[in-house]
Design a protein around this ligand. Structure first.
Ligand code: ATP
Ligand code: LTN
Length: 328
């Protein structure tokens, strides 16, 4: 069976972009693949974290994985730092990575600017190498992520190809898997920016655990335009197009059909319906989350997941050490 791997950082505020860009695919892929889903806490510490909060956020994301429908009977769910192979492989890959290629990563450029003269942690620079290690450690075939991760998938493939060129058969070559709709959900208050966990304005995003009243407020306030026509046109109507993408991804109704449905009607009706669709989609997730988050089962699932992940990782590491001539 082919293998899927993906990860989400435990940094709080998991939003509709994370869901439509990544988590929703996690669930669908379980049918046809052996799936390995990770909570990437070592990526989270590339920026400062409060240790107590980080621990809570690890469990929050784990509970959300299960709440959206990741099934621990089928898939492996675990925390990155529980499997030592990630750090070990990351170092080995570091030795084959180049300063130039890492300097070109847009995420690095974005996250390292506007730091008010503060130093830039080296971990932020090495972030894509650790991500490559995550993927290659599990002989991954497919990596479901949002569009913002395209460059990171490419660098992972470059590293695998470079090393396989020297030591054939070391790594399986992975491929990115991007959803057709929802790969890049934009901020509701500014549709030129991606919906983000860290934006200050809470109405820029819909968090998966938002109450119906908050969802309503955020959608009704969402930036549109003055032309009053529900039509998909990212360049000229980025706000409305973003809402159409969300509507289509959550309901399964195509954008063309939605355009027809709302022809000659204003944004008010369209937004009201989108509120209902969103509230209905998120209600069961919120309910399951409440059931799981504080259950003793959650930590057991993560422990068992780490054991299973570690067994795969150890096999890969044996092969990698052999390729590089490391150890006895
Ligand atoms: P943010 O930028 O919002 O702080 P992130 O990209 O650092 O978030 P992660 O938790 O690491 O957040 O991302 C988890 C998954 O969600 C990744 O696959 C990422 O591509 C996807 N994702 C994040 N933001 C969006 C978005 N606005 N639209 C679609 N997918 C997204
Ligand atoms: N960088 C990713 C999170 C991530 C990831 C991974 C995704 C870390 N390691 C491995 C897929 C595979 C992000 O979404 N910000």
């Amino acid at each position: 069976m082919k293998r899927v791997f993906s990860g989400v950082q435990p940094t709080g505020n998991i939003h509709l972009g994370n869901y439509l860009g990544a988590l929703k695919q996690f669930v669908e892929l379980q049918k046809d693949y052996q799936c390995v889903y990770c909570i990437v806490d070592m990526h989270a510490i590339t920026l400062p974290q409060d240790p107590k909060e980080l621990k809570e956020h690890i469990l929050d994301v784990a509970a959300l994985y299960l709440a959206v429908g990741v099934d621990p009977q089928k898939s492996i769910v675990f925390v990155q730092s529980d499997v030592p192979g990630h750090a070990e492989l990351s170092w080995i890959l570091t030795c084959s990575s180049y300063m130039g290629e890492l300097s070109r990563m847009t995420q690095f450029k974005d996250k390292s600017k506007n730091r008010d003269g503060e130093s830039i942690p080296t971990g932020l620079f090495m972030y894509p190498v650790l991500m490559a290690a995550d993927i290659l450690l599990y002989d991954t075939d497919l990596v479901p992520v949002g569009n913002d991760q395209k460059q990171h998938i490419e660098i992972c493939r470059d590293l695998a190809g470079r090393i396989n060129g020297k030591y054939p058969g070391t790594f399986v070559m992975p491929e990115g898997y991007f959803p057709q709709a929802g790969a890049r959900i934009m901020a509701l208050d500014d549709p030129t920016k991606k919906m983000s966990k860290s934006a200050e304005n809470i109405h820029s995003r819909i968090s998966l655990l938002d109450e119906p009243a908050k969802i309503k407020k955020s959608i009704m306030k969402a930036t549109t335009d003055s032309d009053g026509c529900v039509r998909f046109d990212v360049e000229n109507k980025p706000g409305v197009s973003n809402l159409l993408s969300i509507y289509s991804s959550l309901s399964g109704v195509s954008i063309a059909e939605l355009e027809q449905r709302y022809e000659g009607r204003g944004y008010g009706d369209f937004k009201k319906d989108l509120v209902e669709i969103t509230v209905d989609a998120l209600a069961p997730i919120r309910q399951r989350y409440e059931e799981i988050r504080y259950s003793s089962e959650l930590k057991d699932i993560l422990k068992e997941g780490a054991q299973k992940a570690d067994a795969i990782a150890q096999q890969t590491m044996k092969r990698v050490r052999e390729s590089f001539g490391l150890g006895l």
